[in-house]
Ligand binder design. Sequence first.
Ligand code: 4NP
Length: 154
Amino acid sequence: MSEPAILFVCLGNICRSPLAEAAFRAEAERVGLNAHADSAGTGDWHVGRPPDPRAQAEALRHGIDISGYRARQAQTADFSRFTHIFALDGQNLRDLRHIAPAGHGAHLALLLDMVAGRAGEGVKDPYYGGPEGFAETWADVSAAARALIERLGR
Ligand code: 4NP
């Protein structure tokens, strides 16, 4: 298989999808998998901004510095640049289907479809809650990263 290119997509690209990207990069590095990874938002409100400080703090708790990440909006061209596009929740998945070109070859799915027993579930949006929500986000995206990498390695 050619090198996988994975895009993680949430609403703002400042909370959930940067953490998903970080967890995936860390796990890929741990197992020695060469993969391209990026994240994006369906919305454009935070384009150019670094991740939410609470997301940065959560990543740092796991030894990962995501302060250099910058938000961008998902675009139609992403469907030809990435082999896999993972939506963090069901609304993100619907919004991605709206911008997907007909006949695109990317694998488009919910991120938690990767995790046994969690298919169809969304990763809860922690933006309006407290820091514990970000720990829950991390638990979800790191479980998904491990499961995804196991599948990619097969
Ligand atoms: P994210 O969280 O989609 O996980 O990055 C959000 C970030 C910003 C907003 C909503 C969710 N917002 O409404 O600005």
